[in-house]
Design a protein around this ligand. Structure first.
Ligand code: UD1
Length: 417
């Protein structure tokens, strides 16, 4: 298994290009199931999760042609097998995103339940409830969600909790339903709006994406289109947090500062100078960071996917930061590993109290999930001496060429096979 070996202590400095967003690419690729015509995506991030999704779609009969310029064309002329098997769903929970499109296009779907997940239970009851309200018959059979429907019917669906992939699944299903669907308490994440823009370019009639009420008038067919995947706000935030922690100066291009307000505010509070220009975000940190307290919540509040990286930042900051995680239970596994590097973190329920230490010491640590891995890399960049991050297959799921991009910014980091 690959590891990353990091010699800490160099401030990040320079420019790097941000990739397309993983959490936009995955639902967008699933949207191709809704039409027999080709859908072309540019700015596709080269990630393990993207490869897994392409494999899943190809298994269902979707023709996949990749080009070497971060583009892919997907053509679901015929869906031969509307099935997402356990071996794929267990590695990537976002596979649940095929459920809505398959049901709308084929009238049936079998999607494995995701099973246990390291960062919480993450049930899919809201996806199921919404589809049932649209007329689907759904049962759980041998660990699979088995769904059937004639043409789905528009419905008013009020989510009990805000769910990102749940909103996306129902929005995709509703595009081909008979009548109008209204999704209330919908997720407002920019990735939901990116998906709606692409669906509208395919002929869907969606209004309100990016707000908590989304209205979808069903149409009879969707057609092909070309769509550029939005930039990855979590990759952007991760590099900015890494630069802030190391006392660096960086400029990120191919990104969008407007979708990162909560994160940029916290970086400024930590003492960073942050500048936003069209397509570019720059950061300079000229002092030891100050601790920041934060609470994760659905967009536009502070994202849970940036919580671990800010815990690493607080670990070396001046003062004490209180971090509250409200989205996922059990999302503090990185705290134990950060402690191995010398961080002073006390966990009580869903709150972590982080007392900033003047320095961290390199050690061997183990990545436990995608964003936890990123926090360990940030801590390793700051720690004195050598840090080895094991099990980095989690990082490869969501960060494109992270060691190459960090090396480009002057970090001493290498991958060991
Ligand atoms: C998406 C993101 C993930 C991010 C998360 C929260 C993708 C591919 N992944 O995941 O990176 O961390 O949003 O911003 O976009 N829940 C239920 N029932 C449901 C669905 C969700 O109880 O039917 C709960 C979950 O257990 C969790 C919360 O709702 O506690 C939010 O989950 P959700 O927004 O659905 O996360 P994902 O869409 O899986």
């Amino acid at each position: 298994m690959d590891k990353l070996v990091i010699q800490g202590g160099s401030p990040l400095s320079g420019e790097v290009r941000v990739s397309g967003a993983k959490n936009a690419a995955l639902p967008l690729m699933c949207a191709s199931l809704l039409t027999g015509e080709p859908v072309r995506f540019s700015n596709l991030p080269r990630l393990k999760d993207v490869t897994t999704m392409l494999g899943l779609l190809a298994r269902m009969g979707v023709q996949v042609s990749l080009d070497d310029r971060l583009g892919v064309e997907l053509r679901a002329e015929r869906v031969t097998e509307p099935l997402a098997p356990y071996d794929l769903v267990k590695t990537m929970r976002a596979s649940i995103l095929v459920l809505g499109p398959l049901l709308a296009r084929c009238g049936e779907a079998r999607v494995s339940l995701p099973g246990g997940c390291a960062i919480g239970l993450r049930p899919v009851d809201q996806h199921v409830k919404g589809l049932q309200q649209m007329g689907a018959e759904i049962r759980v059979d041998q660990g699979y969600i088995a769904a059937r429907a004639g043409r789905l019917r528009g419905a008013r669906i009020v989510a009990d909790i805000v769910t990102v992939t749940g909103t996306e699944n129902l929005m995709m299903a509703a595009t081909l339903a008979h009548g109008t669907t209204v999704l209330e308490n919908a997720a407002r994440e920019p990735e939901v709006a990116d998906l709606a823009n692409c669906l509208n370019a395919m002929g869907a009639r969606i209004r309100g994406a990016g707000t908590d009420v989304i209205t979808i008038e069903g149409v009879d067919h969707l057609h092909g289109t070309a769509h550029a995947i939005m930039p990855d706000r979590i990759e952007t935030g991760t590099f900015l947090a890494a630069a802030a922690a190391t006392g660096g100066t960086i400029r990120l291009h191919g990104t969008d500062g407007k979708i990162l307000d909560a994160v940029l505010d916290k970086l400024r509070e930590a003492g960073a100078e942050v500048q936003v220009e069209p397509g570019v975000v720059s950061l300079a940190m000229r002092r030891r960071p100050k601790s920041v307290s934060l609470r994760t919540a659905p967009y536009p509040a502070f994202p849970t996917d940036m919580q671990a990286q800010f815990m690493a930042l607080d670990a070396i900051a001046e003062g004490t930061g209180v971090i509250t995680e409200t989205i996922f239970e059990n999302r503090f596994m990185h705290a134990l590993e950060l402690q191995r590097l010398g961080a002073d973190i006390e966990i009580s329920g869903n709150t972590a109290i982080v007392r900033g230490a003047p320095r961290l010491q390199g050690a061997t640590v183990m990545a436990t999930d995608l964003r936890a891995s990123a926090s360990l890399v940030i801590a390793g960049l700051v720690a004195e001496g050598e840090t080895t991050v094991e099990r980095i297959y989690h990082l490869d799921r969501g960060y494109e060429s992270i060691e190459e991009k960090l090396s480009q910014l002057g970090a001493r980091i290498r991958r060991v096979h």
